[in-house]
Design a protein around this ligand. Sequence first.
Ligand SMILES: *[C@@H]1O[C@H](CO)[C@@H](O)[C@H](O)[C@H]1NC(C)=O
Ligand SMILES: *[C@@H]1O[C@H](CO)[C@@H](O)[C@H](O)[C@H]1NC(C)=O
Length: 629
Amino acid sequence: MKRWWKSIAVVVLAVTLVIESVMSDPQTNKLSKPGRECSGFDAGSPSEFFRNVNATFADLRRQLSVQKKHFATAEQASSANPVYTLFQCRDYLSTADCVACFNVATVDIRNICKLNNGARVIYDGCFLRYELRTFYTEIELGLSSEECRGNGTVPAQAAYTLVAVQLLKDLAEATPKIKNFFAVAKRQVFDGGPSAKASVTVYGLAQCTGTVSQGDCGKCLWGGYSNLQGCLPQSGGSSAAGGCFLRYSVTPFFADNDITNITPYLQGGSSSNKTAIIAGGVGAISLLLLLIALLLWYRSSQKRRTDNRGDILGVTKLQGPTIYKYKDLKSATKNFSEECKIGEGGFGDVYKGIISNENIVAVKKLEVRTSKEKADFESEVRLIANVHHRNIIRLLGCSGKGPVQILVYEYMENGSLDTFLYGNKRGTLSWKQRIDIILGIARGLAYLHEQFHVCIIHRDVKSSNILLDDDFQPKIADFGLARLLPTDQSHLTTRFAGTLGYTAPEYAINGHLSEKVDTYGFGVVVLEILSGQNCNKMKNELLTQSLLEYAWKSYNNGTHEDLIDGTIDSGEYNVENAKKMIEIALKCTQSPVSLRPTMSEVVVMLVNYASPEQQKINKDSVKYIEDDV
Ligand SMILES: *[C@@H]1O[C@H](CO)[C@@H](O)[C@H](O)[C@H]1NC(C)=O
Ligand SMILES: *[C@@H]1O[C@H](CO)[C@@H](O)[C@H](O)[C@H]1NC(C)=O
């Protein structure tokens, strides 16, 4: 009995210590990256500017310690050398820790950015920034910095990844709706064994600076959310932008009694969200407001760029879509000449353009004639401007005035995937590169379907719509045909918009549209990647059947490894693995639709089967996923 009490006492003591150690830590591990901390120009020293900086620091310290705030701003605005300063610490820090983090930040910021009149430092526990202009409402998504921590040794990796993604997604959805823009939460990952014991717990945090709008808070967190996808399945990561901070870790960094109940802020399905956005897309007034806002933003950023050397670092260039002048794009593409033409996408042709003699961009000229198509253009801009994922091509800006409507995208030197499979660069991709490309496309589509705040169905997934960057990472392009998913998920569409060979039969024949249409197209693209064959034009004696028919036949005969591209050295891959990849591709092209996996299920399968070691490690978690998802 005595012993029993003793052990309880020890446990209680230990728990108290753990909580104590979590709580009394100002968390001054620095996250901001050298080179991104200082901006602006030399303010000279000793100068009024830095006296003003000191004054704002004193003001902030008083707000933190006396008023016990966790977010504060202070400025010396009427001075000839104005200073605007913002500080925020995570809400779970005690007042003493918050002040301690602030003290570390003020010393660091002076040491790091000695004479710059713009500076920021970011820590696990807090964030300090000053500028000579007001910036409190900016989210600066483009300047976010990510840090991935830990390693890939988390148990039940696939299940862990799913749980962590869901946690971050829920935090990004809930936090903008919470009054102080702050939430922490944790989720347990079950390893799927018979005892269903939690193998690991994921802790997550989301926070926006108190001065951004609710909409921008959401935008910023969704950006951070997509950036953190790249960190998983590592054991931790954080993403910090001007307007928000998002972090996850398998190690607790806050105490359980700080946990926010985010459930009331999650709306089961996001269908109400979708309706709102569709309504917004249709409303001409909101569109007009958006265009005016873009114009004003552009004007003011142009003005700032010329009369404020504080933007030398290109801060403004990285925010939001740019409105380009039609005549600039015309000269960038040599009057849309044939020599600059690099492709033909849905809706119109694509040109390579050189803007301001240095930036290479892809310019998509839209054949927009009817007002319906015009509305499509506008909704496309609205939508794509907010899609941020490393496997999806980035929209830089647009031009709506002038005789045609134009979208400007980042330019991919390597061009499209089809040329590497069966075009003039045939045979140059290694097995590993191909597997990485497959995984990247799957991640991009999963993002569009399930992780972006509205479901986007691409409708025209094909190898010529996949671009490759310098590292041969895939970027999904051409959302000319993308539409929002209607609330009734399997409605009849009025317009067929796909490409023969890649289009799911239920869509091609009956116009039934769902995310599984993209799953089908993805399956066909995977077969092309593995075989180096065009789905519509098989080489040699196979001319009479499509690649897909051939793949199914050889799968049924057990000869499917014959499908693998002969240009790949057979030493590069394991036959069993190659068969697994073909199986995944075939699963994606099954009918009825319900048999096809969702893209996030595909990601999990790929992560598990991509290498034999992975397959062994994650056997349990695969079972979990197959049973429960
Ligand atoms: C600002 O404060 C720091 C630290 O107290 C001090 O070293 C520095 O001289 C002050 N700068 C000015 C311009 O007053
Ligand atoms: C991964 O992280 C864990 C816990 O932080 C550590 O014990 C382990 O040694 C690390 N493994 C590698 C390969 O770095």
